[in-house]
Ligand binder design. Structure first.
Ligand SMILES: NC(=O)C1=CN([C@@H]2O[C@H](COP(=O)(O)OP(=O)(O)OC[C@H]3O[C@@H](n4cnc5c(N)ncnc54)[C@H](OP(=O)(O)O)[C@@H]3O)[C@@H](O)[C@H]2O)C=CC1
Ligand SMILES: N[C@@H](CC=O)C(=O)O
Ligand code: NA
Length: 366
């Protein structure tokens, strides 16, 4: 008897969610190990496990035409009823919602596997993270979150493998934000002048690199969340204390105080040009010293420190010479790798590479 196809439910159909659905549906149905049975946006829902969604050209219109409103507790019951020893079910959270993240223990406890690029659950309150781990180990359902750090780049999986095989992590450092990478690769090249800061932020947003609210990138919280996810992954094998939340990371925000609390991303980006002069001055100062600006993060396991901020690097440093676009670069300094760290580098944001990371995780359930 052949294994039944895995039922897949998607919550969140924005940039990453839409691309994920299209990548999933591009696997030929005859060979696909998945049945896409449910879609939930912030306003509409579709559930159809007897007649799965197969068309990448019509799912958006079908969802928009649905009379059903989103109801995650109903969805939970419907999915839990499908779980059996021979039937796997996966919920893909493609939102950045804390409310959705808070449901992971319930889903995992019901045997529903959770796959997500959403950082909130793994970098927020330690109690939520611990209840996710407990629910997963009790039911055997898996949570997979490769795309939470470095988008599709193999960062979380690499770290898990290093830890599981007994290597000792000394330090993880690098450029962890696709948005910050793009901004500073374009803005600070070593020259004394260049494009306006606000204009590169606007382009990063148009390219789909930023969080739904770009202030969540510029305040350093997105990097702090990624560092928390990595720090928690190494904690059980190191002297680094488990971070209570990403808020415990030493983070230097780039948000002008006057723009703190700006409610919408549009208003935030519209308000930035007023402060272009401040950023231009920082670029000119770095340039005078033969340096560039880069926003970096460090999980210093040996010294028990986790921090993120804007730093200056010589124009000859790899952070200045080898990064382009939304590139992330992550260096794992470990006992086994010695003086030459294991390095992962490549695009660290954008819908296509992030959705690939999510789909890659889903394929691990097969
Ligand atoms: N973009 C990127 O490069 C990367 C993104 N990520 C992560 O991927 C996730 C998605 O990002 P992205 O696609 O760019 O963001 P988007 O804002 O484009 O998409 C998020 C979607 O989630 C929807 N949503 C919010 N709350 C709910 C809810 N309760 N139920 C159903 N849908 C909901 C939003 O709807 P509405 O707009 O109507 O509120 C929106 O369509 C985020 O967690 C982000 O951090 C990770 C790595 C890289
Ligand atoms: N906004 C994030 C998206 C990926 O996590 C980034 O810019 O890195
Ligand atoms: Na990744």
């Amino acid at each position: 008897m052949s294994t039944p196809k895995i039922y897949v439910a998607v919550v969140g159909v924005g940039l990453v969610g839409s691309e994920f659905i299209n990548q999933l549906l591009s696997i030929p149905p005859a060979t696909s190990p998945f049945h896409l049975i449910s879609l939930t946006s912030s306003t509409r829902a579709l559930f159809s496990h007897t007649s799965p969604i197969t068309s990448s050209s019509s799912w958006k219109a079908d969802l928009a035409a649905s009379a059903d409103r989103p109801d995650l507790s109903k969805l939970t019951k419907e999915l839990a009823a499908l779980v059996s020893p021979s039937q796997k079910v996966a919920l893909i959270d493609n939102t950045s919602s804390e409310d959705v993240a808070a449901l992971y223990p319930v889903w995992l406890g019901s045997g529903i596997n959770v796959i997500t690029p959403n950082k909130k659950a793994f970098s927020g309150d330690l109690a939520l993270y611990q209840s996710i781990i407990a629910a997963s180990s009790k039911s055997g359902a898996r949570f997979l979150n490769e795309a939470t750090v470095g988008a599709g780049l193999p960062v979380v999986g690499t770290l898990k493998d290093l830890v599981a095989t007994g290597d000792k992590i000394v330090k993880i450092e690098g450029v962890f934000s696709g948005t910050m990478s793009y901004i500073f690769n374009e803005f600070s090249t070593g020259a004394a002048d260049g494009p306006a800061f606000s204009s590169v932020v606007r382009i990063a947003r148009e390219k789909g690199y930023t969080e739904p609210h770009p202030a969540d990138d510029l305040n350093g919280f997105d990097v702090a969340r990624k560092l928390t996810i990595l720090a928690r992954t190494v904690t059980h094998s190191s002297p680094l204390p488990a971070l209570q939340s990403f808020a415990a990371v030493q983070t230097a925000s780039l948000i002008p105080p006057e723009l703190e609390g700006t409610p919408t991303g549009d208003a935030f980006v519209d308000g930035l040009p007023t402060f272009d002069g401040r950023f231009a001055q920082m670029r000119a100062d770095a340039s005078k010293e033969g340096q560039v600006l880069r926003f970096v993060g460090v999980v210093d396991v040996k010294n028990g420190q986790v921090r993120a901020g804007l730093e200056k690097y010589p124009v000859t440093h790899p952070f200045a010479t080898s990064l382009g676009g939304s590139d992330n670069i992550i260096m794992f300094h470990t006992e086994r790798y010695g003086a030459r760290p294991l390095i992962v580098q490549g695009a660290g944001a954008g819908a296509a590479v992030t959705a690939m990371g999510v789909l890659g995780d889903l394929l691990k359930l097969v």
